[in-house]
Design a protein around this ligand. Structure first.
Ligand SMILES: [Zn+2]
Ligand SMILES: [Zn+2]
Length: 333
């Protein structure tokens, strides 16, 4: 769940005192639609529109960086690897820093203005005395992007050296490439739930490997690092142990299973890199409004997945975030 133009405009409207800050930019009557119509729209169109930033970055990488690097990628050279690295690191710092500035920065007029009233937890985690959340989160987020760069370079080398099949003409097949592209957002939601659930206790938090609870073992040694961000901000999303990064990025490994276009891989990769920023921004709408995942950080054993593919309701781990201004977090089952 990443941030987009409508979030930026909504925050600006809120900041300037406009009452229409929650009105959609298009499909303005959305709130009055019947439930089935809103649900159909969300699953057919909105879940795709919501990933526009990730797709734009993937497209930029395909149209700009690939022509500069792919012809040399059949052999390992510093020149093409460094270009891929610089593009990715620039993406990391531009996207994270921008949303950090909008929602949390000390000198941001938005973060210090009316948007602050939309913060789930009114404390700014990056300004807590004696804490070093920002340093930890930037460090581990960068380690995540480095692992992502490494995966991208491996696939580019496998494709360019002829060791892995791929196709570069997106429209060479009439239906399959578009279907794969539209499936990415659902695949990510499905994959994220299971990888994430895998790293929480399967039975009880008290158990460990000796009691056969692999989840408790993985939580204690790896996933607990992500949960140090109990009051998350934009940099919290990829702030994970490198072992968790490995599990998390396995969603990009599908080109090993079937021949695909590099854009399929890039869209999945940049979706995996960038979408956690909005999902952890810690604010209600008109920011991203991810109360669902905020509650997971606040009370741990609930809301493991995402509302798009709602395994939490299926497995009775869903909790609804109920925001009551000027009170502490409350949740109801
Ligand atoms: Zn978790
Ligand atoms: Zn999280």
């Amino acid at each position: 769940m990443t941030f987009g133009i409508h979030h930026i405009i909504g925050i600006h409207r809120l900041h300037t005192g406009q009452k229409n800050y929650s009105t959609p930019l298009i499909f303005k009557s959305y709130a009055q639609w019947p439930y089935w119509q809103r649900t159909a729209f969300d699953y057919l169109f909105w879940c795709q529109f919501a990933e526009a930033l990730n797709f734009s970055v993937a497209l930029l990488c395909w149209l700009w960086i690939f022509p500069l690097t792919f012809p040399e990628a059949n052999e390992w050279h510093f020149k093409w690897v460094s270009r891929v690295f610089l593009f990715n690191i620039a993406c990391e710092f531009i996207t994270n820093s921008f949303w950090h500035w909008i929602t949390h920065a000390h000198r941001s007029p938005y973060a210090q203005g009316l948007l602050h009233e939309k913060k789930f937890n009114p404390i700014n985690p990056y300004e807590e005395k004696g804490q070093h959340h920002l340093l930890r989160e930037i460090t581990f987020t960068t380690l995540g992007w480095l692992q992502s760069v490494f995966i991208q370079c491996i696939f580019m080398w496998l494709w360019a050296s002829g060791q892995l099949p791929y196709y570069s003409d997106f429209w060479s097949k009439p239906f399959f490439p578009v279907f794969i592209l539209l499936s990415v957002t659902f695949w990510r939601a499905f994959h994220f739930y299971w990888v994430h659930r895998f790293m929480h206790p399967w039975w009880s938090i008290q158990n460990g490997l000796r009691q056969g609870d692999i989840g408790a073992f993985l939580y204690r040694h790896f996933h607990s690092l992500h949960h140090q961000s109990r009051n998350p901000g934009p940099w919290s999303g990829l702030s994970m142990h490198p072992v968790e990064h490995f599990f998390y990025y396995t969603c990009t490994f599908f080109p090993l299973l079937f021949s695909c276009h590099p854009l399929h891989f890039l869209y999945t990769k940049f979706n995996t890199d960038i979408s956690p920023i909005g999902g952890h921004d810690g604010h209600d709408k008109p920011a991203v409004g991810a109360g669902f995942h905020y509650l997971h950080h606040a009370v741990f054993e609930c809301n493991y997945g995402s509302p798009l593919i709602d395994f939490d309701r299926l497995f009775s781990t869903y909790k609804e975030y109920v925001r009551k201004p000027s009170t502490n977090d409350k949740c109801k089952t």
